[in-house]
Design a protein around this ligand. Structure first.
Ligand code: ATP
Length: 215
């Protein structure tokens, strides 16, 4: 039987408990023994740059999964020129893991609306399974809204590939905002990641000011 591999792309700025918990639940649901976390250099779907550097985001991911064998981290998108497209990442993993593997690309429900605009979406959907997960704090995925932008077969596929995952209402934005204003973020990301953030003074008001000066 084909090996099932979950690929989870994101900015991970920073990685939080929601990312890890839903990815674990999705892998269990799918029957995959491997989840590859793929930090994005810059999301074509978000205008803002990541606040933390590539090096810091990778370091935090490593800390978040250090005791979890399920996870691997791939720098593929960080090493590629911008803009970086999901279809290229999927083709890279097909080559790396072999054509026989079955790839599952996870997205949170908040990403569904932008999905039809993803580069070469029809090819992407024929080369991997896009799996939509519920996301705490967001509405349930509404596939009817895609009827004018995606073909009916692909909408059917997305419906079929919806994965029930725990609803965890945490976002990286909330963590960054709380840190900027000196708020408490315990319980939103793991202690090792939090230590790293504090040690490197990431996301503080001063850090954001000096980042803005770079542009
Ligand atoms: P930001 O607040 O900076 O936009 P984020 O919390 O959405 O960040 P990303 O790294 O941008 O995190 O997300 C990567 C992927 O993980 C996206 O598909 C997103 O929908 C999904 N995701 C993030 N947080 C959750 C969550 N709590 N539950 C389910 N999916 C999530």
């Amino acid at each position: 039987m084909a090996e099932k591999i979950v690929i989870f792309g994101g900015t991970f700025d920073p990685v939080h408990i929601g990312h890890i918990e839903v990815a674990q639940a999705a892998a269990e649901n799918i029957g995959a023994k491997k989840v590859v976390l793929v930090p994005a250099r810059r999301s074509p779907h978000k205008q803002q740059r990541p606040v933390a550097s590539d090096k810091d985001r990778i370091a935090m991911l490593k800390l978040a999964v250090m005791d979890k064998n399920l996870f691997q981290i791939s720098p593929i998108e960080l090493n590629r020129a911008e803009p970086s497209y999901t279809i290229d990442t999927i083709r890279h993993f097909k080559q790396q893991f072999g054509e026989g593997c079955e790839l599952f690309w996870l997205i949170g429900a908040d990403m569904l609306e932008s999905l039809p605009k993803w580069h070469k979406i029809d090819e992407l959907m024929s080369e991997c399974n896009i799996c939509v997960m519920n996301r705490g704090g967001f509405e349930k995925p509404d596939f009817n809204r895609l009827t004018s932008s995606l073909n009916i077969e692909n909408i059917k596929k997305l419906r079929k590939n919806t994965i029930e995952t725990p609803k965890i209402n945490i976002s990286s934005t909330e963590i960054r905002q709380r840190l900027m204003t000196g708020g408490d973020v315990s319980g939103l990301t793991c202690p090792a990641v939090l230590n790293y953030i504090q040690k490197h003074n990431l996301y503080s008001f001063d850090h954001q000011l000096s980042k803005n000066e770079e542009f």
